[in-house]
Design a protein around this ligand. Sequence first.
Ligand code: SAH
Length: 470
Amino acid sequence: MLLTITATMDRASDLGFLLHKHPDRVHRFDLSFGRATIFYPELDQARCTVCLLVEVDPVALVRKRSGPSGEGGQLAHYVNDRPYAVSSFFSVALAETFGTAMAGRSKDRPDLAGSIIPFEVSIPVLPSRGGEDLIRALFEPLGYAVDVRRLDLDQKFPEWGHSRYFDVKLAGRFPLQTLLEHLYVLIPVLDDEKHYWVGDDEVDKLIRRGGDWLPNHPARDQIARRYLKHRKSLTRLAIERLAGVDEDAAIENSAAVGKPMTREEDLEVGLSLNEQRLQRVVEAVQAVGAKSVVDLGCGEGKLLRELLKLRGLDRILGMEVSLRSLDAASGRLDLEQLSPSVRSRIELIHGSLMYRDRRLSGFDVATVIEVIEHLDVARLKSFERVLFECARPKSVVVTTPNVEYNVRFEGLPSGQFRHPDHRFEWSRGEFRRWGEVMASRFGYNVRFDAVGPVDSDLGAPTQMAVFVER
Ligand code: SAH
């Protein structure tokens, strides 16, 4: 069974650095169930293809499986599709041979490891229980262009019926880590047959490999179910944990089990804080005379709708990691109904603040409104470089809750954040220190502001920082 990955970029041979496999050599690995070989069938300035060939030894497999009361010896166990169909063995081989790349690390090209690269993937024999429809349903929502051809034997052997094997080509733009994670999780989901026992640690694997993109996948539950081999308790656990990553689902979840809602909007409704915040951000955008704005983590597009009303803003880009929110934004903005001249000013894209992304550069202002507190503290460093170094807008507007104010919210138990998905909430001092470090490290001036009613001891519910490039 084999799979090829092609990167199209300048200095395409850098793919070798990303995979930690030199393009001039053939790399061989022994695996518990067979052998993996990695080589580069194509390499020039602009294109580099790597091939992962996995040979499964069916005889060894059966021997391994059959203990004293084993089921070895039956013909069916020797004659099976495992040697040639890309299956869950393949995921194991991917993780074992490309483990460092799948963890998002690169010794020699650390910056490139987070960069979005145009990739093409070819899988000549991919089994899919669920046919072409399922292949599309899994990959298309992630942003892949999918080309599928059924490998039909039915003309020669009509009695065999339709085959469940497909020749699949995928094309999409992702960091290499993300691409490998997609393949790692989705290949066995399509196959829907696992060669190893599924235990509790499989839930961890699923969350580790899918935590960034699976929570908002429309087929999330089906993916979890199949990945965990239809084990109900594990599936429920995985879905709960994945839902915890996603805002809307987390809220629905807590509502469903009767826990008190801690939705920010409900807490803050009396203040109409959200409107005040939008107003203040719009003023900040106007104050720097911006002609272009990128709204990072644009959610359902509330700010975008306000920005669209401003004359003089020629280019508005909304970027969001949650496909569900992007969909909602597209509806809220009524994109289909806008006149062509207004429509041409705005664009929505799917992306993540964790990855360098050229589409985010060249803007006068970047707004990051109530987003940073949703990022893991351990991953803030990546975000900081993506924003201040790579996207490098002339100005940046950041807002985040002021945790000191939380005691004023009735109904918010002490010590709890305003939203279940918040990873942290900062005091005024913490936010100020962070902002000052950012400003001095990346060459910006920064000022801080309070949004909402100011309590003399606690400050205001929302804090805002405005960075302007020096
Ligand atoms: N800015 C919007 C939404 C705030 S909620 C508003 O003010 O209404 C936080 C948003 O950040 C969510 O929509 C969430 O999906 C998004 N988000 C979280 N992590 C992200 C990431 N890594 N990249 C991009 N967006 C992210």
